[in-house]
Write a protein that binds this ligand. Structure first.
Ligand code: SAH
Length: 401
């Protein structure tokens, strides 16, 4: 076979402006539209393009996204690589191998973490025998069917549910898609974590139904909470609270503004026979913390796991005020010696900025506090060293002295 037959010589491509190849040379996988000088050929949405520097040097194979701020996301930086089904089989197998090695037997686990697993825009979570698939880039959507078949082959699951409904889709010029991709109709899926019973609502839950990224932090809370009185703020479906009560917490107050989330939390507590120690409160956390303060209430442990206040750096300042506010109130509610589990999942707030915000909160609360541990997601949420954007969840375990 001659070379032309296996790979057309004139594949469509993106030619970058002079000097704009630097981030790609550092193996960062995003090509911003402002860096593109011209589009060569006529690539379609999600199609593979060769990205080249102004002087024609090959930089990487990317998936083209004409309407996005990110004009291409790089699949691979090696010119000899062919982006085809075997390529995706190898990438998926590499991602699965990490989980098999470090989280063997875990029923609920993130199998593919997008850019950080070399598969930009693709997130795959496993809940028992079922997978959820999120394709939030043009490239991931372009290869969706092949990837779904490969996932069935490599994992042996019975079904795949698609949750391609992230806010970012519209920015990419992509249509949202939610529904069964392979196998039977799927709704709620039961699974166990740490021997406790949970269920993921694949169609309507946050993310893909459950906050898998907090698994290790739930376990850490569980190891520290025997006999303690716990306040779980932004509790969602009560995962922290369920673990805490199952591991011997004396009492947990769960607070969330969503009635649906609290309903599911009640089910989780009941399914694990720990409802007796729980009080569920539907309230705005900002207001409720003030009410607790005014009532002179105090706790041994406070968990603050709010939603993303700042998706981007541009919104970081307003977000910082929000984090400062709730952390300040939490420090005031902690008994001396009490523990604060505090998190930010805002991409726009760095770990360093978050630590400074929490330090400022302790100062203004008038308490001395120590950092006992820096917290992050588990091994199934790796961060590619070339892709700092992958490091979205940061947390601190603090102790009020
Ligand atoms: N801690 C949870 C995840 C939290 S997700 C877990 O580990 O599973 C964020 C939650 O905050 C959502 O359930 C949302 O309903 C809730 N929320 C958002 N803004 C809120 C507010 N101002 N007051 C109370 N809850 C809020």
């Amino acid at each position: 076979m001659n070379q032309t037959a296996s790979r057309p010589l004139r594949l469509p491509g993106l030619r970058l402006k002079a000097g704009r190849e630097r981030s790609l040379l550092r193996r960062h996988p995003w090509v911003f539209s402002g860096a593109v000088d011209r589009v060569e050929g006529n690539p379609g949405l999600g199609q593979t393009v060769a990205v080249r520097s102004a002087d024609g040097a090959f930089l990487g194979w990317g998936a083209y996204s004409p309407d996005s701020r990110i004009a291409a996301r790089i699949w691979d930086f090696d010119e000899s690589t062919v982006i085809d089904v075997p390529f995706f089989r190898a990438r998926l197998a590499r991602a699965l191998a990490l989980r098999e090695r470090l989280l063997p037997g875990e029923q609920a686990v993130r199998l593919v973490h997008a850019e950080s697993d070399g598969l930009p825009g693709l997130v795959v979570d496993r809940y028992g025998d079922v997978l959820t698939l999120q394709a939030s880039s043009a490239g991931a959507q372009h290869w969706r069917e092949a990837i779904a078949d490969l996932l069935l082959e490599l994992t042996g699951v019975t079904g795949i549910f698609e949750r391609s409904d992230a806010d970012s889709l519209a920015v990419e010029g992509l249509q949202p898609r939610t529904g069964t991709l392979r196998g039977p109709e799927l709704g709620e899926v039961p699974f166990q974590e740490q021997g406790l019973r949970f269920r993921a609502n694949l169609a309507h839950g946050h993310k893909t139904g459950f906050y898998l990224d907090q698994r290790d932090n739930r376990a850490l809370l569980g190891s520290l909470c025997a006999g303690q009185e716990v306040l779980d703020c932004f509790c969602y479906v009560g995962a922290f609270a369920t673990v805490a009560l199952a591991r011997g917490a004396k009492h947990v107050t769960l607070v969330d503004s969503s009635a649906d989330a609290l309903d599911t939390a009640a089910v989780h507590l009941a399914d694990n026979a720990v409802a007796a120690g729980a009080e569920l409160v539907q309230a705005d956390v900002f207001q409720y913390l003030r009410r607790l303060r005014d009532q002179g209430r105090s706790f041994d442990i406070v968990v603050l796991d709010p939603p993303k206040f700042a998706p981007t750096v541009a919104t970081a300042e307003r977000a910082a005020r929000g984090y400062k506010d709730i952390n300040l109130l939490a420090f005031k509610l902690l008994r001396p010696g009490g523990l604060l589990f505090t998190f930010s999942c805002s991409g726009g707030v760095s770990a360093d900025l978050f630590r400074k915000i929490v330090a400022g909160a302790a100062l203004d609360a008038g308490v001395d506090a120590q950092v006992l541990r820096h917290l992050g997601p588990g091994h199934d949420h790796p961060v590619d060293l070339s892709f700092p954007e992958g490091e979205y969840l940061k947390g601190l375990l603090c102790r009020r002295c």
